[in-house]
Design a protein around this ligand. Structure first.
Ligand code: OAD
Length: 227
């Protein structure tokens, strides 16, 4: 089966009701990113950080995967599909995708301060003062600004084997995720699905639609390409 690789960002989950970060009305308009999503912010005001992610988890409990997530999952019938996402929600998995790499961590997990112990917490809050087994503070299992991105090597390897790459709903502003595309083999078809006029790398076929409509079009394109 052909290897199809999706690189997804916040726009993937927008139609499910989760805000993006950098669009008008996005999360970074209402929050100071360095206060709530950086390792410095965590040291400075852990309660604020916990509240931010507790709110994100509570919201995740109320939303559902959209058609875009579902079409990606459905493509596993015909393709070997890998999803590499910057999203911390679990909507790809809930839609049925079986191979999902989370570059920036997962909302439904907590960990100790050294990130050596990971706990499934679902959409429950982490309470102030809660400790991990090693006595360190329990924290969200999120890759904050200023932290290493351990999954990047695995992601780069997956991209290097891709036969088709599809970028959906990411402003491609955050590295190292934004650099992953450079691991693609020469000549691999690359599609970009985004309703806004985002700068696209050369040789990229842009589908200027929201994730769900864009995925319907992409599915037809794939059927044409691989009849
Ligand atoms: P951004 O908010 O930067 O970009 C969202 C993209 O989604 C934009 O290009 C929008 O045009 C597009 N978009 C909006 N609605 C859409 C829809 N319905 N369908 C498809 N696309 C849509 O989000 P990311 O690029 O994911 O990291 O942000 C990357 C990282 O920055 C996040 O993982 C997060 C953030 O700071 C951390 O917190 C560590």
């Amino acid at each position: 089966m052909r290897q199809l690789v999706f690189l997804t960002g916040a726009g993937m989950s927008a139609e499910s009701g989760i805000s993006t970060f950098r669009d008008a009305g996005g999360l970074w308009e209402n929050y100071d990113v360095m206060k709530v999503a950086s390792i410095e912010g965590w040291y400075e005001d852990p309660e604020l950080v916990q509240q931010f992610y507790n709110d994100r988890r509570a919201q995740l409990a109320k939303v559902e995967p959209n058609d875009g997530h579902k079409i990606i999952a459905g493509l596993e019938k015909e393709f070997k599909v890998s999803v590499i996402t910057q999203n911390v929600d679990n909507l790809h998995e809930r839609a049925g995708s079986t191979s999902v790499v989370h570059l920036h961590g997962e909302l439904t997990k907590a960990c100790n301060e050294s990130k050596t112990r990971i706990y499934d917490i679902g959409c429950n809050p982490i309470h102030a003062g809660e400790k991990a087994e090693d006595g360190s503070r329990l924290r969200p299992f999120i890759v904050w600004f200023g932290e290493a991105v351990p999954m990047i090597e695995k992601a780069a390897e997956i991209v290097s084997k891709a036969e088709v790459i599809v970028i959906i709903g990411t402003s491609m502003q955050v590295y190292p995720a934004a650099g992953l595309i450079h691991y693609a083999q020469r000549g691999v078809p690359i599609f970009l699905i985004d309703p806004n006029d985002v700068p696209a790398p050369r040789n990229v076929e842009v589908i200027r639609k929201k994730a769900s409509d864009g995925m319907k079009i992409l599915k037809e394109r794939l059927a044409q390409m691989y009849v």
